[in-house]
Design a protein around this ligand. Structure first.
Ligand SMILES: *Cc1c(COP(=O)(O)O)cnc(C)c1O
Length: 429
C-alpha cells in the first residue's frame, strides 16, 4: 500500500520518516549546525537551489524536515516548514505575501499575540490590516477587500474566543478576489479539521499546543496546500512569479511549481534573513508528540465535552462556551467543520462574577493555573485575576473579556477526577 493513502492515525505514527536498511528506527536528532561536502561545486549547487540538501541548520535540518513532512501529510499539503514559534509561523505566512503598502483582511477573533503582531508590529512595517467579525457575511467580507489586499486570515477555532470559522465562505471570498486564505489550525489540529480540504490555501500552527501536546517545546509550522495559482494572479504576487534578485534571479513558482513555491520562498528569503529556526531537539519532541496526536485529541474532546456538560448543568455556573454543546452559538458550524470534536478548550463563568471566580480558582487542586493551553494536563486561567488583573470590570467588558470568564483547557486525565476537582471548587463559592 502506498504510504500516501494511509489513514490519519497511521500517518501520525509513520509519516515523514522511513529509515533505510540499518538506519535508526526512531527519527534521529541531527544536532549539527553544519553539513560536509566533498567539493565546493557540490555545495554550490545547493546554494543555487539546483539540488536539495543540507548545508546549514538555519535553512534546513533533517530532523526538522521529517517532522514537517509528517505534519504536511496530516494536513494534506504539498510542502511544509517548521519554525521556532507560532508567532514566527503567522508572521512568515503573511509577510511571504504582503509587503509595505499592501493590505490583509483578518478575523478579529484571533490569538492575542497574532492580533498584536498584525495590528502593531506589521503595521509598523507598512502593512495595513482590516479586522472583521468571524461571523461576517459574504457581503461584509467582500466590503473589506481592497485592490491591494493580499490574503485573508482566520483561526479554525479562535483562541480564546472559541468561535468557529466558516472556512468555505472565507475561502470562496478570497478566491473570488484572487487571493489565498490562511488558516491557523492550532486548536483543531489536522485530527479534527483539515482546512485545505475546505478550500484554505495556507495552514499555520503553533505546534506548542496539541501537536507537541506535552508543553515541552515552543514551535510553529506553515503548510502549503499547493493549489493556489500564483501565475493566474501574477500581478498581485510578483514575489512568487518574478525573479528574486537576492537569490540568483530565481522565480519560485517556476523553479518549485505551485506546490513548492510558497514554502521555498519562505525559507530562501525569510528564514535566511530572520532565522526563526526550530532546534532539532524541539523538532524531535514535536515528532514524538505527533505520533500520539490521533489518540490524544479524541480523549481531550471527550473529557472537554463531559466537563462542559457538567458545568452547564451546575447551579453556580452562569454560562459555558463550547461548540460541542447543543445551543452553543457555534454548534452548527462545529457539526460541519468539526464533526469528530473540536478541542479540549472551553470557557465558562460563575455566578457572582470576578470575586466568585477568584474563590473558585483558589480551591482547584488538579487543574493547574498556567497561561498555557492545549497540553496533556488540565489547566485553567482566570484573566481578570492574572493576565488582566490591572483592569477594572468595565475595562474588561469593553475588551471582550468577561470578569468571571475562566478558560479551561481540559487534559487527558480521567474525566471523573477533572469533574470532581471542578465540583469541589464550585462548592467553595
Ligand atoms: C499560542 C498560539 C499562537 C502563538 O504561538 P507560540 O507558539 O506561542 O508563538 C498562535 N496562534 C494560536 C491560535 C495560538 O494558540
Amino acid at each position: 500500500m502506498d504510504a500516501k493513502n494511509y489513514k490519519t492515525g497511521t500517518k501520525c505514527v509513520q509519516a515523514g520518516y522511513s529509515p533505510k536498511t540499518g538506519e535508526p528506527r526512531v527519527l534521529p536528532i541531527i544536532q549539527s549546525t553544519t553539513f560536509k561536502y566533498a567539493t565546493s561545486e557540490d555545495m554550490g549547487k545547493l546554494f543555487d537551489l539546483q539540488e536539495s540538501g543540507y548545508f546549514y541548520t538555519r535553512l534546513a535540518n533533517p530532523t526538522s524536515d521529517c517532522a514537517a513532512a509528517k505534519l504536511c501529510a496530516l494536513e494534506g499539503g504539498s510542502a511544509a516548514l517548521l519554525l521556532s514559534s507560532g508567532q514566527a509561523a503567522n508572521f512568515f505566512a503573511v509577510f511571504n505575501l504582503a509587503s509595505a503598502g499592501d493590505h490583509v483582511v483578518a478575523s478579529a477573533e484571533i490569538y492575542g499575540g497574532t492580533f498584536n503582531l498584525f495590528s502593531v508590529t506589521m503595521k509598523r512595517m507598512g502593512i495595513d490590516f482590516t479586522f472583521v467579525s468571524p461571523d461576517s457575511t459574504r457581503e461584509e467580507l467582500q466590503a473589506a477587500i481592497r485592490p491591494n489586499t493580499k490574503a485573508i486570515f482566520g483561526e479554525t477555532i479562535a483562541n480564546p474566543a472559541l468561535s468557529v470559522l466558516d472556512i468555505e465562505l472565507f475561502a470562496d471570498v478570497a478566491h473570488e478576489n484572487g487571493i489565498p486564505l490562511i488558516v491557523d489550525n492550532t486548536f483543531a489540529t489536522p485530527i479534527n479539521c483539515r482546512p485545505i480540504e475546505w478550500g484554505a490555501d495556507i495552514v499555520t500552527h503553533s505546534t506548542t499546543k496539541y501537536l507537541d501536546g506535552h508543553a515541552t517545546s515552543v514551535g510553529g509550522a506553515i503548510v502549503d496546500g499547493g493549489k493556489f495559482d500564483w501565475f493566474k494572479y501574477a500581478d498581485k504576487f510578483p514575489g512568487l512569479t518574478t525573479p528574486d534578485e537576492s537569490y540568483h534571479g530565481i522565480v519560485y513558482a517556476e523553479q518549485f511549481g505551485l506546490g513548492g513555491a510558497f514554502v521555498n520562498k519562505c525559507v530562501a528569503q525569510l528564514m535566511r534573513d530572520f532565522g526563526s529556526t526550530p532546534s532539532p531537539f524541539n523538532s524531535f519532541l514535536l515528532n514524538l508528540g505527533m505520533e500520539t496526536l490521533h489518540v490524544r485529541m479524541p480523549k481531550h474532546c471527550e473529557n472537554a465535552q463531559k466537563a462542559a456538560e457538567f458545568l452547564k448543568a451546575h447551579e453556580k455556573v452562569a454560562w459555558v462556551q463550547y461548540c460541542g454543546l447543543p445551543g452553543d452559538k457555534y454548534h452548527e458550524l462545529g457539526k460541519k467543520y468539526l464533526p469528530n470534536g473540536s478541542c479540549g478548550v472551553l470557557s465558562f463563568g460563575v455566578k457572582g462574577g470576578r470575586k466568585a471566580a477568584e474563590t473558585f480558582m483558589k480551591h482547584l487542586k488538579l487543574a493547574a493555573i498556567v497561561t498555557h493551553v492545549a497540553d496533556a494536563r488540565t489547566c485553567i486561567l482566570h484573566p481578570a485575576s492574572s493576565t488582566h488583573r490591572q483592569m477594572t470590570d468595565e475595562q474588561l467588558i469593553a475588551g471582550g473579556v468577561a470578569p468571571d470568564m475562566m478558560r479551561l483547557s481540559v487534559g487527558i486525565e480521567d474525566a471523573e477526577d477533572i469533574i470532581a476537582d471542578l465540583d469541589e471548587a464550585l462548592k467553595s463559592i
